[in-house]
Design a protein around this ligand. Structure first.
Ligand code: CAA
Length: 254
């Protein structure tokens, strides 16, 4: 595996930025990129120094989807044997997608697996698999409708049309649109989250994600347990003390 298809940067305390780095192929997601993400994210998950991750691409493209040239000669059995990118969806800490340019197919699905999506004004989101005769394979028919609603999702997966950053913002696929390059804004948000109590951030993320698949009553019980569990952390003592003493909280992650 060549080392540079996924650059690991440290732009702020407790923040790691993972940059997909195949700009010559608009960051198409080949086996090397998928493998690099799948091996790097568990390492970051286990590292207590890491509190928030930004997933970014290059200037023109976040990721243009699966590497179509790599898939050209594949049989159905090859596709079944292929490793999928489970790493993002199961990552326990907050992860922010910084989408500059294209987020297509698997690239759009990577963004959907992240917790917050910021985009630049030239970003284009799409699920063009149907144009290749393919069905989206990493959440395009499942996560996308849960985020943007059935009709917006059907529009994207059945026509393969790209939507602009502003349309993605309107649909709720994107949280903020930034002029120029959105990396700095994603890093700023990540640094803000990294300054919070990290165990609490993980409990919140788990409550949102697991609760989304539950009946409301069970999901509210999950939230109550997470709320109660957070009270067992030292960081809750620090947060409350800092409020009363009118100072900035310093969360140690315990
Ligand atoms: N796979 C492999 N190579 C890709 C690629 C992809 N998904 N997307 C772009 N590239 C390559 C191009 O082949 C080209 O390489 P060469 O110069 O060697 O020919 C280079 O990147 C630049 O691309 P273009 O010249 O096409 O750039 P453009 O600005 O004219 O067009 C684009 C940009 C509209 C994104 C166009 O490249 C495109 O349509 N790409 C394919 C997007 C796509 O269909 N993605 C879905 C893949 S399927 C999938 O993701 C399945 C899944 O669910 C996992």
């Amino acid at each position: 595996m060549s080392a540079n298809v996924l650059l690991v940067e440290h732009p702020a305390p407790h923040v790691v930025l993972l940059r997909i780095n195949r700009p010559e192929a608009l960051n198409a997601l080949n086996a090397e990129v998928r493998e690099a993400i799948n091996t790097t994210l568990p390492r970051l998950d286990a590292d207590p120094e890491v509190r928030c991750v930004v997933l970014a691409g290059s200037e023109k493209s976040f990721a243009a989807g699966a590497d179509i040239k790599e898939r050209a000669g594949m049989s159905a059995v090859d596709v079944m044997k292929m490793s999928t990118t489970r790493g993002i969806a199961v990552f326990s800490k907050p992860i922010i997608a910084a989408v500059n340019g294209f987020a297509l197919g698997g690239g759009c699905e990577y963004a959907l697996q992240c917790d917050i999506v910021v985009a630049n004004d030239r970003a284009r989101f799409g699920q063009p698999e149907i144009k290749l005769g393919l069905v989206p394979g990493a959440g395009g028919t499942q996560r996308l409708p849960r985020v943007v609603g059935k009709h917006n999702a059907m529009y994207m997966v059945l026509t393969g049309n790209m939507v602009s950053a502003q349309d993605a913002l309107r649909m709720g696929l994107v949280c903020e649109v930034v002029e120029g390059n959105c990396d700095a804004r994603a890093i700023e948000l990540a640094a803000q989250i990294a300054a919070m109590a990290p165990l609490t951030a993980r409990l919140i993320k788990e409550a949102v994600n697991s609760g989304a698949d539950m009946a409301l009553d069970a999901a509210l019980r999950l939230e109550t347990r997470a709320h109660q569990l957070a009270f067992a952390t030292e960081d809750v003592r620090e947060g409350i003390a800092a409020f009363i003493e009118k100072r900035q909280a310093r969360f140690g992650g315990n």
